[in-house]
Design a protein around this ligand. Structure first.
Ligand SMILES: Cc1ncc(COP(=O)(O)O)c(C=O)c1O
Length: 448
């Protein structure tokens, strides 16, 4: 690998003039393609998730593209420092997806740099099967054993008691998502982890902006992860982030993300440690160039500057996005209150969720099936999604994987057949939400 010094346009005054013209045209283009037209019930798609972009996003991407600095650079570093502050963590490390963030966070716990505390093959990590697969996959990918506990219906999270009962002599960590933005009892979970000397990873991919006891989720565990896929609270198209206040874990994540290297100089930088040619690590000769010393068996999971440019622009709108998600969720919750045969979602006590979606569980005794309801909604262009994998253990990929189940997965199985979610993303209007509520009521009145 050679240093990734990319070719850059040397912007003279003439180039700047062209750039201004181009950006002006981009503004006009944005106006041309901006969606127009009224909401037409039953015709306009009501998406279950989606990104909301404005002209600033388009300009940010074009401006970054004009610079032709494609590999992550100053924008990526700026995003990391602003986002770390926003999430109240000392370090934020961008990566190319939420799944990569989970892989990096869990893999970091296996590092030799943690000495005796490191996770070793065969050690156990407590998690849930009512999950998105890549919350659990890093456990298997690292040769560790997932221990599955059930979740509650309504909050869709495990309780601290369920997790406590699963702790055994080989348990070394807990890795759980705040399901659809609804925090699990994370302060108590962190306390439990501390009592048993376990690491805690909070998968906050669906929960940016959610708080527990007034503090942002992600500030309770050792590491937290975020996704910037378009379905999430803000987007980079693809992207993710690992956050931590533990500087050793941050260094390990950075090394694993960046090929496993020991050096932490940015591309184009050299010798920021002032010891580039005086290290002696492994059985390498003294003074071997630190830029090419590898302390982990790593990956390349870095992000591009274009993604960071979009991320910075989206970050300006994050608080508004979260507020609209809360508003949309409340409007659905109030509208659907009292509709029979359905369990409506509940925020975990002491939490203020920044919701990813609105989860509905159809009573197994209802005079209709959840499929019939989903088909009815989909026919009306109201998009639905499952609660991710339902029960991961029932998928072919997991059939032969070593694991333990503690306490049974009765609710997880109910979720697999009875549960789905609809959207609360900021692109939805009150008119759309009122139509969704009316559609539920019409269906139940006809079948109930
Ligand atoms: C809880 C959770 N974790 C991780 C991910 C993976 O994120 P990404 O799609 O960015 O890889 C998702 C994706 O939706 C998710 O919902």
């Amino acid at each position: 690998m050679s240093d990734p010094v990319e070719w850059c346009i040397d912007e003279g005054p003439e180039m700047n003039e062209h750039k201004a013209l181009i950006l002006d045209e981009v503004r006009k283009y944005h106006d041309d393609v901006a969606p127009t037209g009224e909401f037409e019930p039953g015709v306009t798609e009501i998406w279950p998730t989606g990104a909301v972009h404005d002209v600033e996003d388009r300009l940010a991407l074009v401006e970054a593209a004009l610079e032709l600095r494609v590999a992550g650079g100053s924008r990526a570093r700026k995003f990391e420092s602003v986002f770390a502050r926003k999430m109240k963590r000392r370090k934020a490390l961008l990566t190319n997806s939420g799944s990569s963030a989970n892989l990096l966070a869990l893999s970091a716990l296996t590092s030799h740099r943690l000495d005796d505390a490191r996770l070793r093959p065969g050690d156990e990590v407590i998690t849930v099967a009512a999950a998105f697969p890549t919350t659990v996959n890093p456990i298997l990918q690292n040769g560790l054993v997932p221990v599955f506990v059930d979740v509650e219906l309504g909050t869709y999270n495990p309780t601290v008691d369920m997790v406590a009962r699963a702790i055994g002599p080989k348990t070394k960590a807990i890795m759980i998502a705040h399901t659809v933005g609804n925090p699990f009892a994370v302060a108590e979970m962190a306390e439990l982890a501390a009592q048993h000397e376990l690491f805690l990873i909070e998968d906050s991919c669906d929960a940016v902006g959610s708080t527990y006891d007034g503090e942002p989720v992600g500030t309770f565990g050792d590491l937290t992860t975020v996704s910037f896929y378009p379905a999430h609270h803000m987007t980079m198209g693809e992207g993710g982030c690992v956050l931590t206040s533990n500087l050793l874990l941050s260094r390990i994540v950075e090394s694993l993300r960046d090929w496993g290297r020991d050096c932490w100089c940015e591309p184009g930088e050299s010798n920021t440690c002032l010891k580039r040619f005086s290290y002696q690590l492994g059985s390498l000769p003294h003074g071997y160039d630190h830029k090419y010393i590898y302390s982990h068996v790593g990956y390349n999971l870095k992000i591009t500057e274009l993604q960071a440019a979009l991320g910075l622009s989206q970050l300006n709108k994050l608080d508004d996005f979260c507020a609209t998600r809360r508003h949309n969720w409340r409007r659905l919750r109030e509208g659907l209150e009292g509709v029979p045969h359905m369990l409506l979602p509940e925020a975990t006590p002491r939490s203020d969720p920044s919701w990813y979606g609105f989860v509905v569980t159809v009573d197994p005794q209802a005079p209709f099936t959840s499929k019939e309801l989903v088909d009815f909604l989909e026919d009306r262009k109201i998009g639905t999604r499952r609660l991710f994998a339902g029960n991961l253990l029932r998928h072919p990929a997991y059939a032969d994987q070593e694991h333990r189940v503690v306490g049974g997965l009765a609710n997880t199985d109910i979720i697999m057949t009875q549960t789905f979610h609809i959207g609360v993303y900021p692109g939805l209007t009150d008119q759309m939400i009122d139509y969704v509520v009316a559609s539920f009521k019409e269906f139940v009145a006809a079948r109930g």
